[in-house]
Ligand binder design. Structure first.
Ligand code: ADP
Ligand code: MG
Length: 616
């Protein structure tokens, strides 16, 4: 086979959306995997060490390259995939910019081995800082192997900016998932630190999704299929009851390329409307096929955003297709997710008898009469002749009228939902004087006036400090569970749990065993209910998936924050008096009682002076 790579003429190169291709190890993984796919590989191996910081290697059995091409492939704007600017609008390859290998070679040590099918010997190239250091003939398998070592070796600032191995590995895994999901007919292997994270044989889409996200995924999937003139949609959505708090199982592929589209995501969410809670995300794996000339991939350097000619039509088609699938597979009637506490009838009204609205008519009413009309309604005071100032107070003695006016403030301190705090002896006064306001605040008098405490934030603070302390002194007490709790997760999630296992152990979690797709927990921190464990771990995974949380915070801190957020009492929960006072005591025993772990104010004080001012 002849040489195929050409340098793009300047006028074509200039039309390509330029930008930094390599931001982190995962960017290299994406580019190398895509090159292997473009080379027609049927089997692709990904090998990383130190989350790609020291090694990223991709081995494929694709077409390979000639010696000249191998050398040329590292030049900027050197590509075999497009020749003219028009080709940009009719792409059937992942790559087209001819920039990836050049960008990678500029910031890492690269070793490439490649051989064409009809040649006996292949080529071995070593490149350092964009320069080809050696090129030799070598015996090697057909296809290409590219090893990228010591990423950012010549840009220490970038290297130092990389996140922890756990975070970088997660980004790599995300890229791997995207490529592997888009190409189920290709076999993939993924090794990290010498152990195989994924072994994905060639299969169909459904099997590929289950192979990546765990065997249990299969039961969650509902097929989607629609073909119109504009688009062909296939793939799966997850049943509404499996919607998760964490994002992560949302995939759009357009012509087998993973893309991000908040607009189309919205179309899916709209189809699920009413079926899932507002803070949950539906899972979906949707494959869209459109005419390549109706999209523009050349708008973003990493090609994850694309422009559609007719986005509105796509939106409508997607939404109705998914609605149809939800209906057809009978998933719609399962509407009965547990009720949101916040939406419940306020406690004070719950037990009141329902009053029929009625119309009262005064049959004797005569508009022409001089007599005052009869007053209706129990809250209206009988009008008194106002000839004396004392009469203003008539009726207030009985207190009956007053109670009505105050009934909108509910005093719920005597309702019991079980104690949240360990038994303690309380200062007698406090228990008599705290009360809960609107299931949200705890009000308690202090010397100078009163404090109003946000119950949820206060509890977050108390738990946060307790967890941090446990993790620092490593002395958490754990409760043994009668039977180990089995929880299933995807491989990626299990890998994440492995990374944070030590910190979880210092908190009081006892791991019986961790397997590929499941974990067994035999002990939990004191105060954590067995029923809360899976929620806590889900939330941990969700938080770790968000980059922001991991910025600049230690692992212990993230863990403590996640746990306190998940386990703290919420707005809407009724606290018995004992719990209220315990919470107040615990809060003021904290190092930082003013601010929640998320930097929100926990309480406000109203001094007598403040109150007096209101009466001026
Ligand atoms: P692009 O993919 O945008 O063309 P790259 O810099 O990623 O640019 O690659 C440059 C060229 O090198 C490609 O066009 C292709 O011809 C060749 N190439 C890269 N990787 C491989 C591979 N794994 N197998 C065969 N050819 C490859
Ligand atoms: Mg490429």
């Amino acid at each position: 086979m002849a040489d195929v790579i050409q340098l793009l003429p300047d006028h074509v190169a200039n039309q390509i959306a330029a930008g930094e291709v390599v931001q982190r190890p995962a960017s290299v993984v994406k580019e190398l995997l895509e090159n292997a796919i473009d080379a027609g590989a049927k089997s692709i191996k990904l090998i990383v060490k130190e989350a790609g910081k020291t090694l990223i290697q991709v081995i494929d059995n694709g077409v390979g390259m000639s010696g000249t091409d191998a050398r040329l492939s590292f030049e900027r704007h050197a590509t075999s995939k497009i020749k003219t600017a028009e080709d940009l609008f009719d792409l059937d390859t992942k790559g087209f910019r001819g920039e990836a290998l050049a960008s990678i070679a500029a910031i890492a040590h690269v070793e490439m081995q490649t051989r064409l099918a009809d040649e006996e010997l292949g080529n071995l190239l070593k490149i350092e800082g964009s320069k080809v250091v050696t090129q030799d003939l070598t015996t090697t398998a057909q296809g290409t192997s590219i090893a990228v070592k010591n990423l950012f070796f010549n840009i220490p600032a970038r290297r130092n900016f990389l996140k922890s191995n756990a975070v970088e590995l997660r980004h790599i895994t995300d890229e791997f998932h995207r490529v592997a999901l888009a190409h189920p007919a290709i076999e993939f292997h993924f090794y990290n630190k010498g152990s195989e994270l994924f072994n994905l044989p060639a299969c169909n889409k459904r099997q590929r999704i289950s192979a990546i996200f765990g065997g249990k995924t299969n039961e969650k999937l509902v097929p989607v299929a629609e073909e119109t003139q504009v688009v062909k949609v296939t793939g799966f959505i997850c049943k509404p009851q499996f919607a998760k708090k964490s994002r992560g199982e949302q995939f759009f592929f357009v012509n087998n390329r993973f893309i991000k589209s908040p607009y189309l995501h919205h179309a899916v969410v709209a189809a699920f409307e009413g079926l899932i809670r507002p803070d949950h995300y539906p899972g979906y794996f949707l494959y869209l096929e459109v005419d390549p000339s109706s999209i523009d991939i050349n708008i973003h350097p990493t090609k994850t955003e694309i422009k559609f000619d007719d986005e509105h039509t796509l939106y409508a088609i997607l939404r109705s297709t998914i609605k149809h699938s939800l209906g057809q597979f009978n998933v719609v009637p399962a509407l009965d997710f547990e009720q949101d506490q916040n939406l419940e009838t306020p406690y004070a009204y719950k037990d009141k008898a329902v009053h029929m609205p009625g119309v009262e008519v005064d049959a004797k009413f005569n508009p022409f009469s001089d007599q005052p009309a009869k007053q209706f309604g129990k809250n209206t005071y009988p009008k008194q002749p106002t000839n004396s100032w004392e009469s203003m107070y008539v009726g207030l003695d009985s207190k009956v009228g007053m109670e009505d006016h105050f009934s909108s403030v509910s005093f719920e301190s005597d309702t019991i939902t079980g104690s949240l705090f360990e038994e303690k002896t309380f200062a007698v006064e406090t228990s008599a004087t705290t009360f809960q306001l609107r299931r949200k605040y705890i009000v308690t008098p202090i010397k100078s006036g009163m404090v109003i405490i946000d119950q949820s934030r206060a509890h977050q603070r108390v738990l946060y400090e307790r967890f941090l302390k446990n993790m620092t002194i490593k002395e958490a007490i754990s409760q043994q569970l009668l039977f180990p709790l089995q929880l299933s997760f995807s491989k990626g999630e299990v890998a994440l749990i492995e990374e944070i296992k030590d910190s979880l152990t210092t908190l009081g979690f006892v791991f019986d065993h961790i397997e590929k797709e499941s974990i067994a927990i035999s002990g939990v921190p004191l105060g954590v209910q067995e029923s809360e464990v899976s929620m806590v771990i889900d939330q941990l995974i969700a938080d770790y998936q968000l980059d922001e949380t991991t910025d600049g915070f230690s692992q212990t801190d993230i863990l403590a924050k996640t746990l306190c957020k998940t386990l703290a009492v919420k707005t809407g929960e009724i606290l018995e008096t004992g719990s209220q006072t315990a919470l107040v005591d615990d809060l003021f025993a904290c190092k930082e009682p003013m601010l929640s772990p998320f930097n929100k104010p926990i309480y406000i004080t109203l001094t007598e002076g403040d109150i007096d001012k209101k009466f001026l």
